[in-house]
Design a protein around this ligand. Structure first.
Ligand SMILES: Cc1ncc(COP(=O)(O)O)c(C=O)c1O
Length: 433
C-alpha cells in the first residue's frame, strides 16, 4: 500500500447530508435492532407504504393501463424535460376537476414521484436567493428538512399546535419570516399528524404568506384522502391570494409508490413567480434532471381519467376504519395520549408520557425497546421533529394493525411504573394474537 494510505486526499465527508431528520435512517436503525429469535412476524407501523397489504392493492385497471402503455411500444422514447404532453394534460384535467379556476398543462411539471418534486423545488428555491430561508412545520415530513439542509437553505420551524387540533401557529410564522424567507410548507392532509385543514384556516395561511411575500408549497400527495368530517380543500383555491407550488402524485391515492410518478404545478394567476424568474429557474432545473419513466407517463390519462369512484370510496372506508381502530386502541394505552383523531393521510401523532415509564427515558429508547421486545416498528417523534411523541402509520391490514397495537399495549404495561399498573383496567388489554 505504501504512502497511498498516509497521503492527504482532497475529498471528505459532506456534513450537509443530514441524518438526524430522516425516516429511512430511523427505520434502518430500528430494523437492525429487531430480535432475530422472535418467531413472531415483524409488524411495521413505521414506514408509510401500504402497497404490500391486501387491503391496499391498487385498481387492476391501473395495472392494465401501465401494461397496455408498455405493450403499445409508443412510450419507449425519452421523455421531454417537464413530461410528455398527453400526461401533463391529463394531470391538468385531473387537478382542475374540483377547482374554480382551471389548471393549464404548461403549468404542470412531471417528476419521478413527489420526492423528486421536493428535491427539484428545494434546489431551485435555495439557489435563487443567497442566504434564503424556508418555513417548515414541526412536526414535519423530514425529507424537506434533509433536502433543505443539503441545499444549504436555512430552515426555520413553525409549530403545528396539537392543542388547537394541529392548526398552524400563524403568529409564529409571522415572527419567523424576514425578507429572505422564500416559502412556507403546508402538507394537507398532513403526514405526520393526520390533520385535514379547513377552508377557513387555509385562507388565513394564504393571507399570512401573502403579507410576508412568501410562496406556499402545498404538498397534496394525500389529496382527497380525507375520511373524517372535513372535506379536503386544495390550496389551489387560494392562488389568487398567494402564489402556490402544488406538489402531488399517484403514490398514495393509488397505493403505488413504486411507480414513481408525481408532479409540481405552478399556480400563479398574477404571474408573480413567472415575472420573478422563478418559473424559468424551475424549468432549467428540470432540464438537468431525470424524468419519470415514459411508459408510466403513457398510462397516466387512463389512470387519472378512468379510475372508478368506487375504488377510492372503498379504500377510504378501509382507511377510516384503520384510523378509528388506531385511535381507540391507542387511547387505552397508559403512557400514551392522543390529542387528535386522524382525519386524513395514513398517519397519526401520539404523545408519550415518559414520566409514567420505569426504565425508558425518551421516544427513541421506547421505539428501540419496542422493536427488540415486540418486533413492532414505530417511528420516534424526534424523527419528525417532536421529542417524546410517536408517529404511527395505520394503513396496514386491520388484523395486523390490531396485533401490532396489542403488542404495543403489552409493552407499555410491562414498562409502566408500578403505581400506574395498578390503576389500569386490565380487562381492556388484549394479549392474544
Ligand atoms: C408528505 C409527503 N410528501 C411527499 C412524499 C413522497 O411521495 P412519493 O412516494 O410520491 O415520492 C411523501 C411520502 O410518504 C409524503 O408523505
Amino acid at each position: 500500500m505504501g504512502e497511498i494510505g498516509t497521503k492527504r486526499w482532497n475529498f471528505e465527508e459532506n456534513e450537509a447530508v443530514e441524518v438526524s431528520l430522516n425516516v429511512r435512517h430511523f427505520q434502518n436503525l430500528l430494523t437492525e435492532n429487531l430480535d432475530g429469535n422472535d418467531s413472531r412476524s415483524v409488524i411495521s407501523l413505521g414506514h408509510g407504504d401500504p402497497s404490500p397489504f391486501s387491503s391496499f392493492q391498487t385498481d387492476p385497471a391501473a395495472v392494465e393501463a401501465v401494461a397496455d402503455a408498455l405493450r403499445s411500444a409508443q412510450f419507449n422514447h425519452y421523455s421531454s424535460s417537464s413530461g410528455i404532453l398527453l400526461a401533463r394534460k391529463a394531470v391538468a384535467e385531473y387537478l382542475s376537476r374540483d377547482l374554480t379556476s382551471k389548471i393549464c398543462e404548461n403549468d404542470v411539471y412531471l417528476t419521478a414521484g413527489c420526492h423528486q418534486s421536493i428535491e427539484l423545488l428545494i434546489s431551485t428555491l435555495a439557489a435563487a436567493v443567497p442566504g434564503a430561508n424556508i418555513l417548515l412545520p414541526r412536526p414535519t415530513y423530514p425529507f424537506y428538512d434533509a433536502r433543505a439542509a443539503f441545499s444549504k437553505l436555512e430552515i426555520r420551524r413553525y409549530d403545528l399546535l396539537p392543542e388547537n387540533g394541529w392548526e398552524v401557529d400563524l403568529d409564529a410564522v409571522e415572527a419567523l419570516a424576514d425578507h429572505k424567507t422564500v416559502a412556507m410548507l403546508l402538507i394537507n392532509p398532513c403526514n405526520p399528524c393526520g390533520k385535514v385543514f379547513t377552508r377557513q384556516h387555509l385562507h388565513k395561511i394564504a393571507e399570512t404568506a401573502s403579507k410576508l411575500g412568501v410562496l406556499v408549497i402545498a404538498d397534496e400527495i394525500y389529496k382527497d384522502m380525507s375520511f373524517g368530517e372535513k372535506p379536503f380543500v386544495s390550496m389551489a383555491e387560494f392562488a389568487e391570494t398567494v402564489p402556490v407550488m402544488m406538489l402531488g402524485g399517484i403514490s398514495k391515492r393509488w397505493f403505488v409508490p413504486g411507480w414513481r410518478f408525481g408532479w409540481i404545478v405552478t399556480l400563479d394567476p398574477h404571474c408573480i413567480m413567472k415575472d420573478s424568474g422563478l418559473v424559468r429557474s424551475l424549468g432549467n432545473v428540470f432540464n438537468m434532471s431525470t424524468d419519470p419513466t415514459t411508459f408510466v407517463q403513457g398510462a397516466i390519462p387512463e389512470i387519472l381519467g378512468k379510475t372508478r369512484e368506487e375504488f377510492f370510496s372503498t379504500k377510504l372506508e378501509i382507511l377510516r376504519e384503520c384510523a378509528e381502530t388506531c385511535y381507540e386502541e391507542m387511547k387505552k394505552i397508559p403512557c400514551i395520549t392522543c390529542p387528535y383523531k386522524p382525519e386524513g393521510s395514513m398517519f397519526t401523532m401520539v404523545k408519550l408520557e415518559v414520566s409514567l415509564l420505569e426504565d425508558i427515558s425518551d421516544d427513541l429508547e421506547f421505539c428501540f425497546k419496542l422493536a427488540r421486545e415486540e418486533s413492532v416498528i414505530i417511528l420516534p417523534g424526534q424523527a419528525v421533529g417532536l421529542n417524546n411523541w410517536l408517529r404511527v402509520f395505520f394503513a396496514v391490514d386491520l388484523e395486523l394493525l390490531v396485533q401490532g397495537l396489542s403488542r404495543l399495549h403489552n409493552f407499555a404495561l410491562r414498562h409502566s411504573k408500578k403505581k400506574m399498573m395498578m390503576k389500569l383496567p386490565i380487562s381492556s388489554v388484549s394479549v392474544s394474537e
